[in-house]
Design a protein around this ligand. Sequence first.
Ligand SMILES: [Zn+2]
Length: 196
Amino acid sequence: MLGYALKQNKVDEKGVQNGLKSIVPHAYGDHSSCGNWCGYLKNPASYKHRGLPHGKDLMNKSLRQSLEKIIEIPLFYHALLLKPSIVIIGLQYLKTGNDAEILEIAATDGKDEFSYYIKPCNVISPEASAVNKLTFQRGILFYDGKPITDAIAMDVALKTFTEWLKSRMPCILVAHNCKSFDARFLVQAAEKNGVM
Ligand SMILES: [Zn+2]
């Protein structure tokens, strides 16, 4: 049933959601929201559920509740059906707070790693240095006192990172404090540098 509904609606997100929503009622014998994938609507007299025990409608009410809960998250489900790469990102900052500036973009999809240091435009605060061991002197970025010779400009780093992500699409980005922090500054930086 699920495969069928998805095949019918391969690129139509709304269709997939509606398809998913009608699957549970369909299994319970309510075909009012079924689409043209529904065998019952085609032939009510002889229809049997191929994927269900004895081909009969489901009866168990608590099972239905659980099933409906699962189907309620169609977007997440849909995203997973696209077999996304899970990319874990980690950012280091020049200082914390609202005007934080990204100093390092690191990411991994479990196979490959992406890691670039970014030449800052401003001074690194002592508080941030204490945490990330990064300092910036005379135009050179240092990690733990050692110069980082391959640090690049922010716009180049973002473009390279975007390309790296594109080759892994679709992907879900996972990060610590992602929504409130990393995601915000990544989007901000991308907008500022015209990458988005
Ligand atoms: Zn049906």
